[in-house]
Design a protein around this ligand. Sequence first.
Ligand SMILES: [Zn+2]
Length: 224
Amino acid sequence: MKFIIQLWLFIRQEISTLAFEKWIYETPEIETFLGSELYLKLISLNFGDQEKVNAFKVEIWDWLSTHYPDFIETTYGRLTTPWEPVRFFAAKCRSCNTEFDLPLLSDFSYGESIFQSELGNYFNYCCAIDNKVWDIVSGLIHEFYWDGDYWFIFAACADRVHSQNMGLLPRCPHCQSHSVDYSNKTPTRDGHIHVASFRTFMNLAPAEQLSFIKKTCALTRLSD
Ligand SMILES: [Zn+2]
């Protein structure tokens, strides 16, 4: 059971890649649990390569869902994948000319957005439909005057990723400039990004949630 939990925490980004890697080396019994094929992939994984780590997480997720569907369903509710498949497109920073990939949603997407971390190197997917956090946040915004984009506030309520606050696209991962040229014309690759979580925000008392949102709205207005 502890193996499943540890793998799950890793998939959900609830423990760092570094902590997970350390755990792997301290837990040789995991070989018997995973089977030699998957174990070999795990120990030869380059943990410094975020793309490879994410691809491996998808594989572990498939494996867990196949072998332990009941555990995941009863412990974590509805069996939903914690990733969203997305397409990346070519983007270029106007400030420093760095070329990079940006995940974009289709023109037909509705009620969805992609968050990007403050240093520009991590992404989260978020869907507002049937999302109780969205309902809470928009309810709190209605308590005072706010004419901006609700997604700005919603992104700010998302859990930090690798200690970085989340915001909306786009941002250059090299110089963090928002001045970026991009379009959904030149796809570069397909990938998976994590679905945003809101644990920290949801653990706040309602009064704290309201004051957090008020502060975020004020800061967003100042930076306009
Ligand atoms: Zn730049």
